[in-house]
Design a protein around this ligand. Sequence first.
Ligand SMILES: [Zn+2]
Length: 201
Amino acid sequence: MRFLPQIFERNRAWAERQRAQDPEFFERLCAIQHPSYLWIGCADSRVPANEIVGMAPGELFVHRNVANVVCREDQNALSVLQYSIDTLHISHIIVCGHYRCGGVQAALGPPLTQPLEGWIAHIRRVREEHAAELAAIPDDEARWHRLCELNVIAQVRILAETPTVVNAWKRGQTLDIHGWIYDLHDGLLRDLNVSLNGVPK
Ligand SMILES: [Zn+2]
């Protein structure tokens, strides 16, 4: 018995389309992985990294988790970072959050059970750091959206302080970190204008 046959069927159709458009597609990707970008995004099913920036397989190295958090103790994220910078030599890291993020919304609500609460605690800290600004926003949705933005900005700063990034900058490697946000309403990305290409002053 084979499970989820419809997904295998979609996969076959996709592979056939790729080969019809570009007969060398799979052979080329087998030979080398040379993306220029590391994408750190939310695991939300509505924000598929490659699709929303129109990039093909091979163009984007992707790490996704709940609410695009970069935790200093997360061996998973730190390993992705190390591999993408030291081995793949990507030149841009994009932290991309999105409005209406459930993970960010959870950080505005009551405590959850573990282990999710331990993860959301990272965003609760961002909320606490910006408590005055957030409290001044009377509208719940606007406050939620602002925390989505502040969360991205905080992760950009954390990335800039990781040893892997600091060492890359010290040895003169080209590496920019960007903070963007995606709007589910119109499918568009917005630049939060917090890009860094050196240790913040
Ligand atoms: Zn999200």
